[in-house]
Design a protein around this ligand. Structure first.
Ligand code: ADP
Length: 426
């Protein structure tokens, strides 16, 4: 903008000077005309300079007319952001769960009121304190130190041991973390009530069932031939109820058991027992094989491991038609762990059922389960017993071809022969 103005001014001045000096020359007054023209030009220029707004003004003026609405938009945006932040903070404050924002070193940046209630935190006292130091004498502190990715499922709240929490650490952006503490007190109470109820009902049913059983055994069908089929049915049903009650009691024990009785589980001896059980149950209807390719024992509870393996073997026999084969295999894994496999050539299981098989009373075919004396609790017991040993059940099956149930144990549960007399440091 400045260039055209200066150029046109120079041109005007030149024309002015030429015109006046030309007139002066014509009237032989060249120098006075030149001086007059120069003076007028000077005065005019001085007046222009005075009346001109200072150079940046137009720019500023333009900027100001343009920035005026921008400023209000920015202000509007800032206000909107601030109100959104307030809403977020209010939502955080209203949450019943503890939310603690941590920096990359695990220092407390912010927490909501529920954190004060559940973790016993105090603002500003605990601000910028390392959370693992703050909770050093609590299981949560130890868990934070381990830097474990797994959730801490059920711990007493640091502020009150009667409250139960589940703790989760979630990465936030590149460096920060959110520590979430959910109050699961009501849930654990309900769970406990459910467990107690099942355990109590099972206990209460056990005695009357034993009595009924006893009386049924006393009745000789030959004394009342007309009642013989009815007595048979009564016996079958009362036996079935007894098995269900026994399985429920095993499940209750597995669920409530805090300390596992840990010992060396001698695998060759256990495998021999399982083979005998399979053959007794099969009564010659199947061929039973044993493959023991791993010279190692397990470390855990013999009772629970036997219970789990025995259920798998019993299922293989019950769900394999006559003429089929059943293989029990004990093998080592690449990671130093071990696997117990039960492979059958039985009915198999459609893929859609596999996920739910370990749920209580879940059956692919209820009639087949009942016919074979199933309780619907076998795989549930297997899962719980293996969980106690940090082991897992893996199911691979194809309808019409058979199934493979694998109990997978980690290296910490394996006792190699050289270490057979030692206790692993788990
Ligand atoms: P159940 O007492 O009914 O056998 P389980 O919990 O042991 O209960 O098993 C649950 C269901 O899983 C069974 O009802 C059956 O349908 C299926 N199942 C378990 N093992 C096998 C197997 N080896 N082959 C085919 N189906 C099986």
């Amino acid at each position: 903008m400045r260039r055209p103005i200066t150029l046109s001014l120079t041109l005007i001045l030149l024309v002015w000077l030429l015109l006046v000096t030309a007139l002066g020359y014509a009237f032989q007054q060249f120098f006075p005309a030149l001086a007059l023209a120069a003076l007028v030009a000077l005065i005019w220029m001085f007046w222009r300079m005075q009346s001109w707004p200072s150079e940046p003004a137009p720019v500023l003026g333009k900027t100001s007319t343009r920035t005026a609405p921008e400023t209000s938009t920015t202000r509007h945006r800032t206000q909107r952001l601030a109100s959104q932040l307030r809403a977020l903070r209010d939502a955080g404050a209203a949450l019943p769960d503890a939310v603690i924002l941590l920096d990359e070193q695990g220092r407390i940046l912010w927490f909501n009121p529920a954190s004060a209630r559940l973790f016993g935190l105090d603002w500003p006292r605990d601000r910028m304190l390392k959370i693992e130091d703050r909770l050093a004498d609590h299981p949560i502190g130890a868990w934070l130190k381990q830097d474990s990715k797994a959730m801490l499922a059920d711990v007493p709240a640091p502020s009150d041991a009667n409250l139960r929490l589940s703790i989760n650490r979630i990465p936030l952006g590149k460096h920060q973390h959110l520590l979430l503490g959910r109050d699961i007190t009501a849930f654990t109470r309900l769970e406990q009530m459910r467990r107690d109820f099942i355990a109590n009902v099972s206990h209460e049913l056990r005695t009357p069932l034993t009595v009924i059983h006893g009386y049924l055994d006393l009745i000789d069908p030959e004394d009342a031939p007309t009642l013989a089929p009815l007595l048979d049915d009564l016996r079958t049903q009362s036996q079935r109820m007894t098995r269900i009650v026994e399985d429920l009691l095993i499940l209750s024990r597995l669920e409530t058991q805090m300390d596992l009785s840990e010992e060396r589980v001698v695998i060759p001896a256990l495998l021999s027992t399982l083979i005998r059980e399979a053959e007794a149950l099969s009564r010659g209807r199947h061929t039973v094989h044993l493959e023991n390719t791993f010279r190692a024992d397990l470390y855990g509870s013999l009772k629970d491991i036997h219970s789990a393996f025995s259920n798998l073997v019993s299922n293989a026999v019950r769900y394999t038609p006559s003429g089929g084969s059943i293989t029990l295999r004990w093998r080592g894994l690449d990671n130093g762990g071990a696997a117990f496999e039960v492979i059958d050539t039985g009915y198999g299981i459609p893929q859609s059922h596999i996920q739910r098989l370990t749920e209580r009373f879940y059956r692919v075919s209820s009639s087949r389960s009942r016919e074979t004396g199933g309780t619907g609790l076998g795989l549930s017991i297997v899962k719980h017993a293996l969980n106690q040993h940090q082991a897992q059940i893996v199911i691979d099956s194809e309808p019409g071809r058979g199934s493979t149930f694998t109990a997978v144990f980690g290296p910490e549960r394996v006792l190699k022969p050289a270490l057979a007399n030692e206790t692993p440091s788990t």
